[in-house]
Write a protein that binds this ligand. Structure first.
Ligand SMILES: NC(=O)C1=CN([C@@H]2O[C@H](COP(=O)(O)OP(=O)(O)OC[C@H]3O[C@@H](n4cnc5c(N)ncnc54)[C@H](OP(=O)(O)O)[C@@H]3O)[C@@H](O)[C@H]2O)C=CC1
Ligand SMILES: Nc1nc2c(c(=O)[nH]1)N=C([C@H](O)[C@@H](O)CO)CN2
Length: 236
């Protein structure tokens, strides 16, 4: 295989799933650019492996546009853009407006503006992908994360619109995970309840998202599709 040169951008990749996917792409010799909001030790390891790390706060249009400008200072081409950055905010009394705005900004406005402003970086004649990381919860909604689920549903719709707009030069797809990995502080009762929500009943870990990412990057005949990676939650 010809050594890949155009980098893959992963947003929000200083920890957990985004970091795992960045590490696995680097394992394969794929150049990577990651965005981060909070500086972490993981970033030094990524930089040691050759990754470019760019600060980004997508909680306002100005921050998104500043990130786009910084990105274009670092590269004129991209192999793919993976929109992974996300906050999982529940409804909090008195903070409803801010919560909705933050969910809309990180899950919809950032992908929307980055896709529109970075199309030129993907139009180099070679394989090119945009991948939106959504959430299986858009299938049924969420009682406790209403704005989160709604914004992820909007992200699913962006997949359809951008796939139609950018074909055939650029494929645009989504990955809709359910439980992938717990957060620190998730107690045993919560974990047992969450595991019982899927037919397979496991906490799979970030590799299953990387496997889905790899499939979408490698398959030349898939666009406008959102892969469900949910352990069979729809069967329960
Ligand atoms: N983990 C799971 O089980 C599931 C995950 N998903 C989806 O998979 C993706 C990865 O999940 P996971 O690894 O748990 O994600 P995280 O909760 O770890 O979030 C990923 C990163 O997004 C960054 N981020 C959040 N808000 C902003 C913002 N406003 N501007 C810039 N960066 C921001 C965070 O940066 P910082 O740390 O600096 O704040 C964080 O490191 C997400 O899109 C998530 O919604 C879907 C279903 C299940
Ligand atoms: N940005 C994030 N989104 C989501 C997370 C997370 O940790 N960060 N976690 C979940 C849960 O795993 C849920 O799928 C099951 O409880 C959903 N989204």
């Amino acid at each position: 295989m010809i050594q890949p040169t155009a980098p893959i951008l992963i947003t929000g990749a200083s920890q957990r799933i985004g970091l795992h996917c960045a590490e696995r792409l680097l394992d394969e010799g794929q150049p990577v650019i990651v965005s981060y909001r909070t500086s972490r030790d993981s970033l030094a390891r990524l930089r040691e492996r050759g990754a470019v790390t760019l600060h980004a706060d997508f909680s306002a249009a100005t921050g998104i546009l500043a990130f786009i400008a910084a990105l274009k200072q670092h590269t004129s081409v991209l192999r793919a853009i993976v929109h992974n950055a996300s906050d999982w905010l529940p409804e909090t009394p008195g903070e409803e407006v801010e919560t909705f705005q933050r969910m809309f900004e990180v899950h919809m406005l950032a992908p929307y503006l980055i896709n529109l402003h970075c199309t030129e970086l993907l139009q180099h004649g070679g394989p090119a992908d945009i991948i939106h990381i959504g959430d299986d919860v858009t299938r049924v909604g969420s009682k406790k994360h209403i704005a989160y689920a709604a914004s992820k549903a909007g992200l699913d719709n962006l997949t359809l619109s951008f796939a139609a707009r950018l074909a055939p030069a650029i494929k645009v797809n989504g990955i809709a995970p359910a439980l992938i990995q717990f957060n620190e502080g998730d107690d045993e009762a919560y974990q047992l309840k969450a595991l019982a929500k899927s037919a397979l009943g496991i906490e799979p870990g970030a590799e299953v998202v990387y496997q889905s990412l790899r499939y979408l990057l490698d398959n030349p005949y898939v666009t406008g599709t959102t892969l469900s990676v949910n352990g069979g939650r729809h069967l329960i």
